[in-house]
Design a protein around this ligand. Structure first.
Ligand code: UD1
Length: 356
């Protein structure tokens, strides 16, 4: 069986790693990179550090507004799919690369499987929310990470196409956590274990309004311990054009970290402040308290279990970050670290969808 994975943005490379390993020797696995993320630290280092085979094809689409970026992917992916004739197209998460691949495939009657199906924020201002809903409804097989995701899919009439496989990011996180512990990967220089925060901000709702971005940076600058701000290129370019200095007060703005460096940095931190989806969950799995600068989260389990708190208003952000430590938990809402094997089993056993 020939399975073609389409990836393009940083979180998708992390999810691709355990899938590539689980499919090795069991199926012919091809990788197409759309080129949505292209900086070395946003793309290449993930293939290197997570031992992912180099992409068979890179469309080099690059940055652009949603329509131009997604449209360029659609055209390039259609040609790639016609040339490569996969039995399954596997798409990941919720980026523009995800929806482009799902749409390109379904139009030419290729079976599509969506990994990380069923997540919902119910916030229609987020591009990721349109991408997930459209992808789930286009796909033939929905590989869901959690019970809550399965419930959302059932509610939208998609229950019959859905399979609960668990969360593949848990697979990667556990293996990299063990690796960095053995290798002794340490925290960045000048920081003490338990004596700093890790922060990321990249969502348009937080970065694109200079007044809001200034307010968020000011709160981070006033925190009671150093803040390692891992600056996404989107954050850097918007801060530069608005004349906002990121490295102020407690904040130390640095380049994005590699995945093993990120896991080590979070694991030894006092807390995480973020608007990233993946990082909320990674911090929970490492049992590091997190504050999420959003109104809602797709990973509701992290909030219900007390390890994540939502904080939209910059006026209350500092108090939320400094709240008392949560109660310990041994809950495993994101699975056992073997989700990728279930994905491989499911794809290899799946009948070819009707009409494909
Ligand atoms: C995308 C995803 C988001 C995911 C995030 C992870 C969509 C709609 N959003 O957001 O879900 O959480 O990736 O990082 O697909 N840029 C560079 N170098 C790069 C990549 C981006 O400089 O390698 C800059 C460009 O100026 C670009 C901007 O970042 O315009 C935004 O990149 P884009 O891929 O459109 O969206 P992200 O904000 O990264």
């Amino acid at each position: 069986m020939r399975i073609l994975s389409v990836v393009g943005a940083r979180p998708q490379f992390v999810k691709l790693a355990p899938i590539a390993h689980a499919l090795a020797g069991r199926a012919e696995h091809l990788i197409v990179h759309t080129g949505q993320h292209y900086d070395e630290l946003m793309s290449d280092v993930f293939f290197r550090d997570l031992d992912i085979p180099a992409p068979d094809l890179n469309l080099e689409v690059g940055s652009g507004r949603h329509g131009a970026q997604t449209g360029a992917m659609l055209a390039g992916l259609e040609t790639a799919f016609i040339d490569l004739q996969p039995d399954w197209v596997l798409v990941y998460g919720d980026t523009n690369s995800t929806v482009a691949a799902a749409l390109a495939a379904v139009k030419i009657h290729l079976p599509v499987a969506h990994l990380e199906a069923g997540l919902r924020s119910f916030n229609r201002r987020m591009p990721e929310e349109h991408n997930r809903v459209l992808t789930d409804h286009a796909a033939d097989l929905l590989l869901a990470p959690t019970d809550v995701a399965m419930q959302h899919l059932a509610h939208e009439g998609l229950g019959e196409r859905s399979v609960l496989v668990g969360d593949v990011m848990t697979d990667v996180l556990y293996s990299v956590r063990d690796r960095v512990a053995i290798e002794g990967t340490d925290v960045p220089e000048g920081l003490k274990h338990g004596g700093y925060y890790v922060a990321t901000i990249h969502r348009p709702d937080n970065t694109d309004d200079p007044t809001r971005l200034t307010a968020i940076i000011s709160v981070l600058a006033s925190l009671d311990a150093p803040v390692l701000l891992l600056a996404h290129p989107r954050l850097r370019s918007l801060a530069d054009s608005a004349g906002i200095e990121l490295s102020a007060g407690a904040v130390r703005a640095v380049e994005p970290l590699t995945y093993p460096q990120l896991v080590a940095a979070v694991r030894h931190s006092r807390g995480v402040v973020t608007d990233s989806g993946g990082l909320q969950k990674e911090a929970f799995l490492l049992r590091i308290p997190t504050t999420t600068i959003r109104r809602e989260t797709e990973w509701v389990e992290t909030v219900e279990l007390g390890w994540n708190a939502l904080s939209w208003n910059p006026a209350t952000l500092a108090d939320t970050v400094r709240r008392p430590a949560p109660a310990p938990t041994d809950a495993t809402p994101y699975g056992d670290g073997h989700a990728a094997e279930r994905v491989a089993d499911t794809l290899l056993a799946a009948p070819r969808p009707v009409g494909a």
